[in-house]
Ligand binder design. Structure first.
Ligand SMILES: [Zn+2]
Length: 202
């Protein structure tokens, strides 16, 4: 099969397989569907081009933005400036926003500490977090990193670092299955878990 596939399609398949959740079979299914409707290729190309040209990471919180400066959440004067929610990825911000249970600010770490995958604390946006806690006036920090062992390690790494910080540390209540990613949790569970959040104890 490999030899029969034209080199350009082989390249495309390899590129697609690098994306999360896409294996060799689904890569081929995507290729097949794109080749049946060439207009989909053009719209995908222009959407990707636009993303490359205009989307940045907010230098403050790490969420996506099209502006050169801070993102819409960071610049929104109506958001609660006293609560900061720490999440793993930008998509988690969207998941929590869908729950409509949180009106504070976010800090996107860009991952969790995972030595087996080569992700250490230096790879996360921790320096930016320490800076924000010095400059901005938060009273509560909510950990929403998920329930994987790596998320737990990261939560406690940050909590230990903040042992002398003046504010409250809390985490989502139970209800989120162990090992699950925030973005797959339904908004109702997420909102309950956020409302019933618990103090984080070391
Ligand atoms: Zn921001």
């Amino acid at each position: 099969m490999e030899l029969l596939l034209p080199p350009a399609l082989r390249n495309l398949r390899q590129a697609l397989e690098k994306l999360p959740g896409i294996g060799p079979r689904s890569a081929l299914r995507i290729i097949q569907s794109l080749l049946k409707k060439p207009e989909h290729i053009h719209s995908l190309l222009s959407a990707l081009e636009e993303v490359v040209q205009s989307v940045h990471t907010c230098p403050n919180c790490g969420f996506w933005t099209e502006s050169e400066g801070f993102c819409d959440v960071c610049t929104d004067p109506h958001r609660d400036h006293t609560t900061l929610c720490i999440v793993k990825d930008a998509a988690d911000v969207l998941a929590i926003e869908r729950s409509q249970a949180f009106r504070g600010k976010y800090h996107v770490l860009g991952g969790v500490i995972d030595p087996l995958s080569g992700v250490g604390e230096k790879d996360l946006r921790l320096e930016q977090l320490w800076e924000r806690l010095k400059k901005e006036s938060y009273e509560e920090l909510i950990f929403a990193l998920g329930t994987s062992p790596e998320a737990e390690t990261t939560t406690y790494y940050i909590a230990r670092h903040l042992i002398d910080w003046h504010g409250r540390l809390s985490r989502f209540a139970s209800g989120i299955p162990v090992g699950s990613e925030l973005e797959y949790i339904d908004p109702l569970t997420l909102s309950r878990s956020l409302r019933e959040r618990q103090p984080l104890t070391l």
